[in-house]
Design a protein around this ligand. Structure first.
Ligand code: PLP
Length: 239
């Protein structure tokens, strides 16, 4: 199977998932996660028509993005999806167009300062940990509806981030744990979708996007409202 074939299959699955819940596939953006894959693979995906790519490590992304952008008259849209170390934040904009991994206040403050210095507006996602898994980054929001203190702490962080200059909060991002039975991811995605709805009401913030769903679970994520899916292995093969 070629990368182009894989992309066709993923796009079909996205279309079917959208149809099953009466959503338009135009409202689900596919982000091809090219981490640990060579630029040749990215060129194949570009030739198959994809325009959004996700990377999770700064150093690796720097060389790959430079190569790809130099070779194409129209640069793709680059999404940073991995944890960002504070001391490396300076290089994030304008290398990346969108940052999905705002997992703590400090990195939001840092990127706000850098975006001001560089005179640009940086679109961001606030990453939430809705499963409680220790290994996952993100603001802890598991069970937020029954946990007033946890909810209050998160809402205070969102308030603070929303007031930072030169950041444009586009929505929430989350990663579900790996489950043998993918249906077990459903309540996690649903909880994040409800959180977005509640935040929108509370802060009168437009939060158009939910970045959730990977190779294992993107169909369920779309059924629960994902508007951006980040897919690596189903497109580029195992890493
Ligand atoms: C690796 C990664 C993905 C893609 O995972 P696949 O299982 O390869 O689809 C999505 N999001 C994040 C944050 C990742 O690190």
């Amino acid at each position: 199977m070629s990368i182009a074939d894989n992309i066709k299959i993923v796009q079909e699955h996205i279309a079917n998932a959208c149809a099953s819940v009466n959503r338009s596939p135009d409202n689900v953006q596919l982000i091809a996660v090219s981490k640990q894959k060579p630029v040749t693979a990215i060129f194949e995906a570009l030739d198959a028509g994809l325009t959004h790519f996700g990377e999770n490590r700064l150093e690796e992304a720097q060389t790959k993005i430079a190569t790809i952008n130099a070779a194409r008259s129209q640069s793709p849209i680059w999404h940073m999806i991995g944890h960002i170390q504070s001391r490396k934040a300076k290089a994030i904009p304008p290398l990346f167009d969108i940052v999905h991994s705002i997992d703590r206040l400090k990195i939001a403050q840092k990127l706000s300062t850098i975006a001001q210095e560089k005179h640009l507006i940086l679109p961001i996602f606030i990453e939430v940990n809705a499963s409680g898994e220790q290994s996952k980054y993100g603001f802890p929001v598991k069970g937020w509806q029954e946990q007033p203190a946890r909810k209050a702490a998160f809402y205070e962080a969102v308030q603070t981030i929303s007031e930072l200059p030169n950041l444009d909060i586009r929505g929430l991002m989350t990663m579900a744990p790996f489950y043998e039975n993918v249906q077990e991811t459903r309540p996690i995605f649903a909880e994040v979708a409800e959180l977005r709805a509640d935040l929108t009401e509370t802060f009168a913030l437009a939060l158009p996007h939910l970045s959730m769903g990977m190779t294992n679970d993107y169909v369920v994520a779309i059924e629960e409202g994902a508007t951006m899916v980040r897919i690596g292995r189903a497109i580029f093969g195992e890493r």
